[in-house]
Design a protein around this ligand. Structure first.
Ligand code: HEC
Length: 172
């Protein structure tokens, strides 16, 4: 009796393991959950966001209109989902990364120092009244500082709610 059952158990375990692996959200570059650490892993996993493109209006690293604790000068990277979109709002899966450098008004990245990374990640249903953006901030070395539907980020960015909360360029 046992001998006949065992192969079936083995088969079921294998089938379950296979299904679990296939359903695992972090496998094979799938969209990460709205969680800061998972998001960081996703955007830094090779080739990483440094290889992403950006909107033509943002090609140059430039001085921010708004001095924040996130660096006075900004470079912005956007993933393909965001870049391929036409106009606002951007589709779920869009990720926009802002690399902020320098704290003085005239100094671009003293010693090349990166002050912070701030990231917007669009997750369907995450926060419908806030454009479904998941907000996250990291140190210049990628340590998580804060994340979620952050009032702090939204209070500035909501002035551009008609532009899907993006302040640096007009989505067309
Ligand atoms: C004091 C106002 C202010 C606060 C607070 C703020 N931002 Fe911004 N943010 C801006 C401005 C202005 C821009 C566009 C110009 C630039 O890049 O500096 C911007 C740009 C961005 C961009 C690039 C896309 C875009 O909108 O142009 C991202 C991503 C971003 N911010 C994320 C965040 C996150 C995440 C937080 C909270 C942790 C945050 N911001 C807090 C003012 C703010």
């Amino acid at each position: 009796m046992l001998k006949r059952v065992k192969p079936w158990i083995a088969f079921c375990c294998l089938a379950l393991a296979w299904q679990w692996a296939a359903a695992c959200p972090l496998s094979a570059g799938q969209a990460p959950p709205p969680e800061a650490q998972a998001l960081w892993q996703h955007i830094t996993q090779p080739p990483g966001f440094y290889k992403w493109g950006t909107w033509s209006a943002l090609r140059e690293s430039r001085r921010s209109r708004c001095a924040t604790a996130y660096g006075y000068f900004a470079r912005v990277y956007a993933n393909d989902v965001a870049l391929k979109a036409k106009g606002a709002p951007l589709p779920p899966g869009s990720i926009v990364v802002r690399e902020g450098q320098g704290m003085g008004t005239n100094t671009y990245a003293p010693n090349g120092q990166i002050r912070a990374y701030t990231v917007m990640y669009k997750v369907r249903g995450f926060n419908p009244k806030g454009g479904d953006w998941f907000w996250a901030s990291y140190s210049g070395t990628g340590q998580v500082r804060d994340s979620g539907a952050l009032t702090e980020c939204i209070k500035c960015h909501q002035t551009a709610w008609q532009n899907d909360y993006l302040l640096g360029l007009e989505l067309k």
